[in-house]
Design a protein around this ligand. Structure first.
Ligand SMILES: Nc1ncnc2c1ncn2[C@@H]1O[C@H](COP(=O)(O)OP(=O)(O)OP(=O)(O)O)[C@@H](O)[C@H]1O
Length: 122
């Protein structure tokens, strides 16, 4: 049976998500962080706006980690020699993940810490 092109594209994208999870340890850490956000979000009853902010940030970090994985794979395919441009590509992609992850951690702290603190002071 012929699979429609749109369905095939979705299948490849899902295969990419699974392959990333299998090969990239950091992605597992990001998915675990997403799980924690969901558990704390439900437990602490965060607002709709806070849910949107948290989910956007989680999606941003996970997506950038996947792009970083893709950049690393392409660079390693192109060359195994030590090249300045290869280092630039890998390090800037890794830097993008770091910026997003630190931002997400800071905003997560702003949203969750006062609610956690309130549990102990109430
Ligand atoms: N072909 C290359 N030329 C120059 N520098 C490289 C090259 N490949 C990797 N590097 C540099 O070596 C360091 C380690 O790179 P590596 O590919 O091992 O990634 P990593 O940071 O260990 O990530 P991961 O653990 O996800 O593979 C980085 O600073 C990277 O930019």
């Amino acid at each position: 049976m012929r699979i429609p092109p749109l369905i095939r594209s979705f299948r490849y994208a899902f295969e990419g998500i699974i392959a990333g999870l299998k090969t990239e340890r950091n992605l597992m850490i990001h998915y675990s962080a997403l799980g924690l956000v969901v558990v704390f979000g439900i437990t602490l009853n965060i607002s709709i706006t806070e849910w949107c902010i948290c989910l956007i940030l989680c999606a941003l970090v996970i997506s950038l980690e996947m792009v970083n994985t893709a950049v690393e794979a392409v660079v390693d395919l192109v060359t195994r020699d030590q090249k300045r441009r290869a280092k630039l590509a890998k390090d800037t992609a890794a830097g993008a993940v770091l910026i997003a992850a630190v931002t997400a951690a800071v905003i997560g702290g702003i949203i969750f810490l006062p609610k956690i603190a309130a549990l102990f002071t109430a």
